[in-house]
Structures are given as structure tokens and as C-alpha cells.
Design a protein around this ligand. Sequence first.
Ligand SMILES: Cc1cc2nc3c(=O)[nH]c(=O)nc-3n(C[C@H](O)[C@H](O)[C@H](O)COP(=O)(O)O)c2cc1C
Length: 359
Amino acid sequence: MRKDAGALWLDIVEDVRWYPSPHNSQPIKLMPISETEARIYYDLDLGLPAESFGIPFGHVCAGVFLESLSVVASARGYRSMETLDHSDMDFAAPDRLHLIGTVRLEPTVLDEETESTAQRRLAAFQSRQTSRRPYDSRIVDQNVLAEASAIAAAQGFDFRSTSDARLVSTLVQINQKTLFSDLRNDAVYTEIMHWLRFSRKEAVAKSDGLSAETMIMPGPVLRFAMGHRALWSFPVLGDVIRAVYLRTMRGVRQLGWLEGPFAEPAHYLEAGRTFMQVWLFFSERGVYLHPFGTVITNPDSHAAFVREAGIHESDTRMAWMLFRFGFSATPPVAHRRPATATLLSPLPETTSPREPLLE
Ligand SMILES: Cc1cc2nc3c(=O)[nH]c(=O)nc-3n(C[C@H](O)[C@H](O)[C@H](O)COP(=O)(O)O)c2cc1C
């Protein structure tokens, strides 16, 4: 039996709200316009404008969301048919909801095989998490890497990886230096501080952002270190903070990255969709990953990464995502806002579109 409009979308959003987003800002909003159609928006007030790639990564996040929606809908017997807008995002726009497109849910009849694939993919989606824990030094099997490459290639992207110990160590250090360099940039620093959650209580209450727990740092230590960024460049204290951070990178033997078209909104969105497909595939195989997105968004770090990894970029092709991957203990949960915070009501223009659909 088909559920009524609000109930079906609420049911879908209950799952899909666990999609990953940079800084866990959860910027995507869904406005049902019928039982099976919804408009998808990016809430510009939840974007990350301080970073040089803030806009491309906004579209990447929308692609991550759309892939998540297709997985969640498919396990409920629907195919998600998208009509996408692909207009440029503008963080200064007066209308704070940027339209990504419209999604229509088309009922599908699943045979035994497609049903089991859909349920397997949903289980992978539900178990997917970012792991910033130390990894256990095991190498991910070559067959898994070959399959990840095939998934990316089917979308027009290249998945590449390295287990070269020297290159892995160099890129991990570039990632660590990115954190130090980002903190010297006032706008990026202010943005990070806005999304950091220093105590468990605050992380649960706000149900978004980057908690100290998920960053594998004691809250008071993170609060002190972030509150005194000038100390990071002091010889001894800077070394201690660096060592604490690099301890979380123990056991990292492999890094992966995605290369491909990355010059306009349609590219960014497909890039995000591809990243999520690879992430879900890893999750299905019990492999965790930790995106090093800031190595891409920080121009100096990006240049160093491309140089060290011997990557050739052009005006339209870029290495746009770097991540560590491997095996670890289950990471702490990054909280999500309730489903009602993602749903918007399709009310007349005189009413705020932010009013939740269901309380
Ligand atoms: C496009 C993208 C870029 C990201 N970049 C980073 C990053 O640079 N550093 C980091 O620690 N986590 C990064 N993340 C991971 C998010 O912070 C994480 O997905 C979010 O906090 C939710 O946690 P979860 O993945 O465990 O559900 C990124 C995620 C996405 C989707």
C-alpha cells in the first residue's frame, strides 16, 4: 500500500538524512510537491563560503545527496527520476534556497535479484561512516580497488590509489599542514569554529557539525587548541598538536583520489554522485574512508598534492577528491538533525519556505 504524500517523504528522509556533507552541515532540503515529487534545494545558509572551492563542493554535496536518495528510494521500490537545474550557486543570493532540481519517484517492480541488490545497497548506506580513527594497517584487496575503478569509470571519472609508503606519508603530512594553514585564514577559521562541537552535549543538542568525538580528540583539548590558534606556530606546542593529530593517522597504508571533469555545476554534481557510489561500495566491503576534502579546497595544498602524486590536470579536468581508506574499529556517530528539519512545506510565497512540513 502506498503511503500518503507526507508520510512517504518523511519515511524516505528518515534514512536519507544520513548522507555525508562537508563539516556535517546537512545543507540539502527537500520540498514535497506531490505524493511522488519533490524539489531539492541547497540551503545557502548552511554552505561553506569561506573555502575557495565552497561552490563546487556545494554541488558535489548535492550529487552525494541525490545518489543517497536513489539508494534509499530503490530499497522502497521506487526509482528516482531527476530533472536537474545545474545553475551556478551564489552564496550571496537573496533567495537562500538554491534549486538543485526535481525528483519524481517512479514505482518499480523488483525481482528477487534487484530486491536483494537494493537492500544490500541500503545496508551499505546505513553502515557508512567517516572513520578518522587509526587504521589497522591491512591493505585493501586489489579486486576491491579494481571494482572501485570500474564504478568511477562508468561515470566518466578515474579512481586512483597509492600504497607507496613515501607518497602516503607525504600526502598525510600535506593534509595535516592544510589544517594548520586553514587556521591562519580568518574566514576559514571562523567557519570551522562555527561547525565544531566541543562537547558531547553540544553535539547531540545541535545534531550537526564536527564533534570532537568524531575527530578522535578530547573536547577540552580541541577547544583549547582551536581557541589559541597562534600557539600552533610555537615550536614545542605546535609540535605537540601536530603529533596528537598525526596519531589519528596511524596504520594508514593507502590513499585514493578521484580525477575527472570538474569545471561546471553538472560536473561537480556527477563528481559527488560518483564519490558516493565509491564510498558505498567500500562500505559494502567493510572498508572505511576519511575524505581529505580540505587538501582540495586549500589552493597550496591542492598544488602540492597534484605535484607529489604526479597528476596532470587541465582547465576542465581535476583531481577533486583525496581520501584515506582502510579498516578500523567503528567510528563515533556524527549526529543528524531530525527528518522534519530537512523537509520544507510547499506553502504560498507569503509563508516562509523553511516552515517544516511535519512536526
Ligand atoms: C564532499 C565531502 C568532503 C568532505 N571533506 C572532509 C574533510 O576535508 N575532512 C574531514 O575530516 N571530513 C570531510 N568530510 C566528511 C564529513 O565531515 C562527514 O561526512 C560528516 O561529518 C558526517 O559524518 P559521517 O560521514 O560519519 O556520517 C567530507 C564529506 C564530504 C561529503
